[in-house]
Design a protein around this ligand. Sequence first.
Ligand code: SF4
Ligand code: SF4
Length: 119
Amino acid sequence: MANIVVLYCKKIQDHSCVACAKCFKGMDERSGEFARYEGEDLHLVGLTDCGDCPGLAVPRLKLLGEVARMLDRPIEAVHLGTCVKTAMETGGCPLDFDELRFLVEQKFGYRVVLGTHPY
Ligand code: SF4
Ligand code: SF4
């Protein structure tokens, strides 16, 4: 079983990627970066934005972690949406994946994955 959260790019979600429908499909099909959960129960604990530019993902994850613990659904892994990956690769996103992964693993102990659906 895996409890995950997905962070989306606040500038992209519902603009060029509508209603997070692609990620929901990817989760159901275990495709893209969700393939790692094949044969496992996958629980989406939360789906929320990155905290907006200039990359406020860490305080966002702190808050999300508190809510998840309160609801007895502790977070195991954080996926940065394919939208975030696109923003990093093509949109001048200020988030640095390696730095963010290091900080999040150190501070909260969550695995951090770059990407979600493959569509
Ligand atoms: S990539 Fe996923 S998380 Fe990001 S906006 Fe699209 S469906 Fe939502
Ligand atoms: S460009 Fe990066 S920091 Fe800005 S909203 Fe998108 S994911 Fe968040």
